[in-house]
Design a protein around this ligand. Sequence first.
Ligand SMILES: Cc1cc2nc3c(=O)[nH]c(=O)nc-3n(C[C@H](O)[C@H](O)[C@H](O)COP(=O)(O)O)c2cc1C
Length: 359
Amino acid sequence: MSYPNLFSPYTHGDLSVPHRIALAPLTRNRAVGTVPGPLNAEYYAQRASAAILVTEGTQPAADGQGYLDTPGLHSDEQQAGWKLVADAVAEAGDGKLVVQLMHCGRVAHSFYTGEQPVAPSAIAAAGEVFTPEGMKPYEEPRELPTDELARIRDAYVDAARRARAAGAYGVELHAANGYLLHQFLASGTNQRTDGYGTDVAGRVRFVVEVVKAVVAEIGERHVGIRVSPGHQFNDMSEADARETYDALYAELAALDLLYVHVLDTSSIVGYDVLEQARKAYPGTLMVNEGFTQEWDVDGADALIADGKADLVAYGRRFLANPDLPARLEAGAELNEPDDSTFYQGGPKGYTDYPTLANA
Ligand SMILES: Cc1cc2nc3c(=O)[nH]c(=O)nc-3n(C[C@H](O)[C@H](O)[C@H](O)COP(=O)(O)O)c2cc1C
């Protein structure tokens, strides 16, 4: 088996990568006390052959934390931890490290933050979140007043500045999977009447403001964004996904971002979301199965060949195969991911998956 398109180089502006395979963002809950350490650096360095390494969701502000031991990027100590990671990746390969900025919004929890979560509107998510004390129901969030939006926006800007200072190539703004920026986009979670809700133009407004503010700080070529049109994860609902993302892409099209990263939620919304993005956004597109599709690697290769994507992000395959590009290129067998070690723990199921060379 060979994948000529996945293994073709890609160049756009000043981005130049030798193949199309990216590491998808994967929360692993192993940044003890929210600070990345040597074990995390080793894990990312092992995957430095990715074209782009998108990191686990990282809170840009303390009130964005929703899970145990997810890293932050809002303190000097956390920034120093990310420098460890960036240095280790740079030492190990050419992959570009991109820190995913994930503010959990209404699915943050006071167990982790010590305060009531914030969100576009005071609508709790149905469901429960893991804590070391057991599962706890999601809390009713506090609606962000209009004059507090700048604080949140500036937290993304500051985290992006810190990411670059730590040596990362850029950041990915997490506007997918039911986290804060997605909560602004979605009709089910955004009932604001202050110009940041009500209709499609209002619901995309805060996300666009955050993108532009981060771009102003670190440059458009260093900012990506992840979206999942219509995704229902985290109790989300979007009445008008097609119109919402058309409006968002129309705004993003004025910027030449590092990439727009689309989860293939076509089966949920009933139209081709990759085609939609391609039509509406002229720059680099990264795509991922998003738990709603199962592409085999031939299918991913065909997406590149058909012009539907420029880059393909792999999550679980890359989790279990630190040398995934080399394995695919060699047509070698893949290690199977062990989902009992996805979240929390130490090196087991994290840094001990064998490469081909030491299998
Ligand atoms: C253990 C695990 C953690 C994840 N954490 C994140 C995350 O922090 N941010 C995010 O955007 N997606 C996250 N995802 C979703 C993945 O990025 C990806 O969309 C999903 O795994 C489907 O792609 P795959 O079939 O290549 O694994 C996570 C998935 C898994 C399995």
